[in-house]
Each structure stands twice: as structure tokens, then as C-alpha cells.
Design a protein around this ligand. Structure first.
Ligand code: ADP
Length: 200
């Protein structure tokens, strides 16, 4: 077993489920050699989303700065001045969106899984996400349209941003007994140093 194994919490949001991308998204993580340890379809409750997207100062600022940086880079004016009202509106939109329909919640394991999954998922704004990524391949939504329609970006998927975030988010969607402990062939093929070496 790999002692550095980490976990990431993934949600396929209502747009990903409705557009029939569940299999494709799961396949991309399988293809990367990651290990699925929990999965379920759930129709989120208000409390689930509230815990998952905690409306902290840090989160509101990050959401605001990311969208502003994109507008600045394109030389377009960013009409919002207050990160609190901007972040709060996005959180409220995420709440309405995620409680509206079933989603898929999953936990994946692997060496450096959080950053590997973020790489496969791509940038927050699908229009900027590079080809080959989930958001870049499967959506073309953008900040301007989402903001003009006063809704969150429809970017198909959530993936934990850090290891600490992953551990906290896993507790929102799964109990301990739902996290499977089992041997997967990748435990050997990817991490066992004695696997496939020539016999002495
Ligand atoms: P990510 O999902 O890439 O980690 P964030 O944590 O910054 O992105 O934001 C959470 C979710 O909120 C995003 O996936 C997206 O659906 C929505 N969102 C974030 N920023 C904006 C924005 N400026 N306008 C509309 N929706 C946004």
C-alpha cells in the first residue's frame, strides 16, 4: 500500500447528471489509475450544501478575485465591487442549484489525488478550461453569461481544493462505514515496488 494515499471528494452537479456525463466523468478518474472508495446518488438537502460551501470571508474573496482576474485579463470591466455581496449571491445560487435535483457524490483515492483530480477537472470557468479537461471538453459556460443570468457557473463538477478541504467535505456526504476499504489492482500495479519485476 502507498502510505501517501490521499482522498478527494467529487460531486457531479445537476448539469452533469442531466446531460448524461456520469459515465464519462467516472471513466476519466478510472483511466488515471485512481481508486473509487465511495459513490452514491443523493438529492442534497439545504444543510448538506450549507456545510459543503461554507460562506467564509476566504471563500467569498477567492470567488470574487478569480472572476475579477478573468475580466482584468480580457480587459473587460468587472462591475462588482463588493466580494461579500458577490460571494453571497453565488452561494445562494449554488444552494438553489444543488438542492434542485440529484447529484453524484464520490470519494477517490490515490497519490496526490486532490491535485490530479483538479488537473482533470480544469478551470472553474468552462470557457477558459483547456481541452482535455472535464470542464473544457463538456461545457462552454462563462462568467459573463452566468453573472448576467444571476446563477452559478454550470461547470458539471465539484472537486476538493486541498487535502484538508477533502477530509472536511467527505464528512458532509459520507459516513465512515460508507467509505470502502478494499484491495484494488492499482494498489499493486501503481504502488507496489515489487510488482512486475523480473524474478531473481
Ligand atoms: P471550483 O468549483 O473550481 O473549486 P469555486 O470553489 O471558486 O470553484 O466556486 C464554487 C462554484 O461556484 C463553482 O464551481 C461555480 O459553479 C460557482 N462559481 C464560482 N465563481 C463563480 C462566479 N464568479 N460566477 C458564477 N458562478 C461561480
Amino acid at each position: 500500500m502507498n502510505p501517501n494515499v490521499q482522498r478527494s471528494l467529487i460531486l457531479i452537479k445537476p448539469d452533469g447528471v442531466q446531460r448524461g456525463h456520469i459515465g464519462d466523468i467516472i471513466g476519466r478518474f478510472e483511466r488515471a489509475g485512481l481508486k473509487l472508495v465511495a459513490i452514491k446518488m443523493v438529492h442534497p438537502a439545504v444543510e448538506d450544501v450549507d456545510k459543503h460551501y461554507a460562506l467564509t470571508e476566504e471563500w467569498m474573496l477567492a470567488v470574487y478575485e478569480k472572476a475579477k482576474a478573468k475580466h482584468d485579463a480580457e480587459g473587460k470591466p468587472f462591475p462588482h465591487v463588493d466580494h461579500v455581496s458577490y460571494g453571497t449571491a453565488i452561494k445562494n445560487g449554488l444552494m438553489d442549484f444543488l438542492v434542485s435535483a440529484p447529484i453524484i457524490a464520490m470519494v477517490w483515492e490515490g497519490e496526490g489525488v486532490v491535485s490530479i483530480v483538479r488537473k482533470l477537472v480544469g478551470a472553474t470557468e468552462p470557457a477558459s478550461a483547456v481541452p482535455g479537461t472535464i470542464r473544457g471538453d463538456l461545457s462552454h459556460d462563462n462568467y459573463a453569461l452566468a453573472n448576467a443570468q444571476n446563477r452559478p457557473l454550470r461547470n458539471l463538477i465539484h472537486a476538493s481544493g486541498t487535502n484538508d478541504e477533502a477530509e472536511q467535505e467527505i464528512t458532509v456526504w459520507f459516513t465512515d462505514v460508507e467509505l470502502q476499504k478494499y484491495e484494488h489492482v492499482n494498489d499493486r500495479v501503481q504502488y507496489d515496488p515489487s510488482w512486475f519485476l523480473p524474478k531473481a
